[in-house]
Design a protein around this ligand. Structure first.
Ligand SMILES: [Zn+2]
Length: 486
């Protein structure tokens, strides 16, 4: 009897191994596309322009504080002087005073336009971190083959590359086939209210874009070591954003005669329950495609086997991804306390304790489902939960990888980055492009930066190689039409 059971088990195991192996060998690595890389001349002025742009402190400080309007005005003057042909041939509209919409009229009025966008506001630099910067954050210093400073990546890189590309094409007498809009926001780092106004303006003009190209994805060499090729990730969807206030009120007292449980205790226990019961991991369609393309292109046999047999190894994949913060964020709705407030004086037990929770929400869920989840996990009616998002957003729709927009970006990457593996992915941050989904099904996020360093942190810097590649990339995107119309 035992022998029979062992035989059946053995045969079952053999069958399972066969299926895994067959699946693994049937899946071929994602193909290498060998496009001719176009090396265009790099305008001498591009470095000076990028450095000059970084030197203007267009800082988005807070939603409540006033912005330094002089800096934002100076940026407008700066681009007017640096890009004379753009200003001569494109019409310029200002939205909410400082956001730009440039319209570059195409030859074919009937074709759906492109929108190529970016933002020129930057996050502030913490005074306490100043000493760690190798060059002052608004110096735009050029050293070690990089341009240093706040905004050199996020996102003056995008803005300057787009303008350089348009100016270079205009110098050659180029006119696009379809109309191209260049949209540059000035408050993206404050959740982009002006982007909503820009979209409203474009809606009034009845613009329905084939592609909206924004920041959001880049090229990874160091971060995705599993593959022996550069991996370019194109953002096809964005997580949602919500903030919640958790508050507890319980009569306070003198700290010499404390109650068994105080408002702070109740809140702390609630927060602890929240942090120790994270929402379950979920692999959304863009992440599934990402995992599949990366794993089948890996040299690691086990990874290839796992990727080709996701039906069996999904749990393992989730574990591996969760080990790194970026991977974790891609497969979880994150819920994290960001502000705590309570107490006034050492000898008073406060009656009120408050926490602000920030959540980034996976496609398929909403701010409401997150709120319900928190209520369920905290399981204490004394903790009052309120959605306090000022500019919250539910997760975006997902741009199809068979869309014209995705294919155009894919093709331009192949023409600018050799031997690259391209994959869709889910942007874990929020950008202005989420507003543009109203006027386009082709919203995609990509900038040809490689293993960028210093986003929102210290020593933000742009390698000159990436500046050249960026200009080349946007010229390829803008010119794509010419090739199709030959
Ligand atoms: Zn940005």
């Amino acid at each position: 009897m035992i022998k029979k059971i062992l035989t059946v088990l053995g045969l079952g195991l053999l069958l399972l191994i066969t299926v895994i192996l067959v699946n693994t060998f049937r899946k071929k690595p994602f193909p290498v596309v060998s496009e001719k890389i176009e090396n265009r001349p790099f305008p001498d002025s591009a470095i000076a322009h990028m450095s000059g742009a970084v030197q203007i402190p267009t800082i988005s400080i807070s939603e409540y504080g006033a912005i330094d309007t002089a800096a934002f005005k100076a940026f407008g003057v700066f681009i007017e002087q640096s890009y004379p042909l753009v200003h001569q041939h494109l019409s310029k509209t200002l939205i909410n005073e400082f956001s730009f919409v440039f319209e570059w009229k195409g030859k074919q009025a009937a074709m759906a336009p492109f929108i190529i966008m970016g933002h020129y506001d930057v996050v502030p630099v913490e005074t306490s971190s100043l000493e760690e910067w190798k060059a002052p954050p608004f110096s735009g210093a050029v050293m070690d083959s990089c341009i240093w400073g706040r905004g050199s990546l996020d996102d003056k890189y995008g803005v300057i590359c787009i303008l350089e590309a348009a100016e270079a094409l205009l110098r050659k007498g180029f006119t696009p086939q379809r109309t191209i809009y260049l949209c540059f926001g000035h408050d993206e780092e404050l959740r982009g209210r002006s982007a909503a106004a820009v979209v409203q303006y474009l809606e009034q003009k009845k613009v329905r874009a084939e592609m909206v190209l924004d920041e959001g994805g880049q090229i990874n060499v160091e971060k995705i070591k599993e593959v022996n090729r550069p991996v370019a990730v194109i953002g096809v969807a964005e997580k949602g954003y919500a903030s919640f206030e958790l508050s507890v009120h319980k009569e306070g007292s003198h700290s010499s005669i404390p109650d068994k449980e105080t408002a702070i205790d109740i809140l702390a226990a609630g927060l602890h329950r929240l942090r120790s019961n994270i929402p379950p991991a979920k692999i959304t369609p863009p992440v599934r495609e990402f995992l599949s393309r990366v794993s089948v292109s890996s040299d690691d046999f086990l990874l290839r086997a796992a990727g080709a047999n996701m039906w069996l190894f999904e749990g393992v994949a989730k574990k591996i991804m969760s080990a790194r913060p970026e991977g974790y964020a891609m497969i979880h709705t994150t819920i994290v306390p960001v502000i705590l407030e309570s107490g006034l004086k050492e000898n008073i037990i406060p009656a009120n304790a408050k926490a602000i929770i920030n959540s980034r929400i996976l496609p398929g869920e909403t701010a409401q489902t997150v709120e319900d989840y928190m209520r369920h996990v905290i399981h204490d009616e004394r903790v009052v939960i309120k959605n306090v998002s000022k500019a919250g957003s539910d997760p975006s729709t997902v741009t199809s990888i068979t869309s014209a927009a995705f294919k155009r970006v894919e093709s331009a990457i192949h023409k600018t980055v050799p031997n690259v593996l391209i994959t869709p992915y889910l942007s874990v941050g929020a950008t202005d492009s989420r507003y543009y989904r109203k006027i386009s099904d082709g919203v995609v996020g990509f900038l040809p930066l490689t293993d960028s360093k210093g986003f929102h942190g210290v020593n933000e810097r742009l390698p000159l190689r990436d500046l050249q590649r960026g200009i080349n990339f946007f010229m390829t995107i803008m010119e794509e039409e010419r090739q199709e119309f030959k």
